[in-house]
Design a protein around this ligand. Structure first.
Ligand code: PHB
Length: 407
């Protein structure tokens, strides 16, 4: 089998790239280890930056998100018995959209398949070969048989545990990592929303977050021991913990409902440099992980894909390789800024041991962020998404013609 761009991984990064390349007339094949059903039901994050929603709408996959997603113009920070609103739209002119990652994946799969796109589900890549040649190969297994996909470029969008990153020789990559000494206990609840906008709460018992998925389904998290067993938590104990961390003196209380899913996620920051080796380009979680506190994970993957799509379009449409050469450098600038923001939000909101000095500093920081327009604007511009750096660099004609939305 042969194609122009071989994509390992059918999450949001791989599928979006395949879709955007198709709009530019570039052929791709997506290999995905999991089944379509698993991809479409797996609960992940749900906050889309303004730039992410704009891209989905402009490239023709935003129609259901437009109808079913909820646009939020602010978030709340809660600490020391106070709840303060950050006016995202007032400060930046931009908003966020709450729409589950698996819903984005559903929309992308349907759009690709309707357009005749090739997504091979339950096809697990076993190895990447000849990455430093002009015709790299992906070996994969499907239906118990070995296959090979030859291509011009390989895109590794197969997540943190995928085969792509380890295919870069160890001497050609540097990995940066920070593990946080806690996890997030996440629940999905059948209940009406407790609040119109997200609440990020710093409490002496630990961090908690009230988010939403739809008018009927809510998403909540609280800081926990990363080695804890989710099944050891009864529903009563979960609600007791959430009430203790979130309820306010003025009588506001978190709305309970039937817990339909629970699980614990570990918290880490991770970046690999560079994000490219020969004709292999890493994108999304295969190259970087951020803790979920800044809501950046999927948005960073989408930003990588925008750069990569332009670089590949530059190659196929204009015969230029400079954007491919600079892919890693351009992406990493944004990745490190998002890593910094996610680390900062995490540090400000979680409980780290019993250090009263650090706790006082956190409260001072929250007080500052919620009372200074400059500090609030800094949070808001990072939260709603920094501008795409590449946009200001390309000549207007090329910017138009290689834009992911040009179709
Ligand atoms: C979510 O709704 O899953 C969510 C929201 C905000 C975050 C992380 C996760 O920072």
């Amino acid at each position: 089998m042969r194609t122009q761009v071989g994509i390992v991984g059918g999450g949001p990064a791989g599928l979006l790239l395949s879709h955007l390349l198709h709009l530019q007339g570039i052929e791709s094949v997506v290999l995905e280890l999991r089944s379509r059903k698993t991809l479409e039901t797996e609960i992940r994050a749900g906050v889309l930056e303004q730039g992410t929603t704009d891209l989905l709408v402009k490239s023709g996959v935003g129609e259901r998100m437009w109808r079913e997603g909820a646009v939020h113009h602010g978030i709340n920070l809660q600490f020391s018995g106070r709840r303060e609103r950050i006016d995202l739209s007032g400060l930046t002119g931009r908003a966020i959209t709450l729409y589950g990652q698996h819903e984005v994946v559903k929309d992308l799969i349907r759009t690709r398949l309707d357009a005749g796109g090739r997504i091979l589900f339950e096809a697990g890549a076993t190895g990447l070969h000849d990455l430093d040649s002009r015709e790299p190969r992906i070996r994969f297994q499907k239906d118990g048989e070995e296959h090979e996909l030859r291509c011009d470029f390989v895109v590794g969008a197969d997540g943190f545990h995928g085969v792509s990153r380890p295919s870069i020789p160890p001497q050609a990559r540097t990995e940066y990592e920070r593990k946080y000494p806690f996890g997030w206990f996440g629940i999905l609840v059948e209940a009406p929303p407790s609040t119109n906008e997200l609440i990020y709460a710093n409490h002496e018992r630990g961090f908690s977050l009230v988010s939403t998925r739809s008018p009927e389904i809510q998403r909540m998290y609280f800081q926990c021991d990363p080695d804890d067993d989710a099944e050891a938590w009864s529903d009563d104990r979960i609600w007791e913990e959430l009430h203790a961390r979130l309820d306010t003196r003025d009588g506001w209380t978190v709305t309970e409902g039937k817990i339909i899913q629970k699980g614990i996620v570990a918290m880490r920051s991770f970046v690999v440099e560079p994000m490219r080796y020969g004709r292999l380009f890493l994108a999304g979680d295969s190259a970087h992980i951020v803790p979920p506190t800044g809501a950046k994970g999927m948005n960073l993957a989408v930003a990588d894909i925008q750069v990569l799509c332009r670089a590949l379009a530059g190659f196929y449409l204009y015969n230029r390789t400079d954007l491919l050469e600079r892919y890693s450098e351009i992406c990493l600038r944004r990745v490190w800024k998002a890593s910094r923001f996610s680390w900062w939000m995490t540090s400000m909101l979680h409980r780290f041991g019993d250090d009263p000095f650090q706790h006082r500093l956190q409260i001072a920081e929250l007080d500052y962020v919620t009372s200074s327009r400059a500090a609030a604007t800094s949070l808001a511009e990072n939260y709603t998404g920094l501008p795409m750096e590449l946009d200001s660099e390309l000549p207007a004609r090329e910017r138009e013609q290689t834009a992911p939305s040009a179709f």
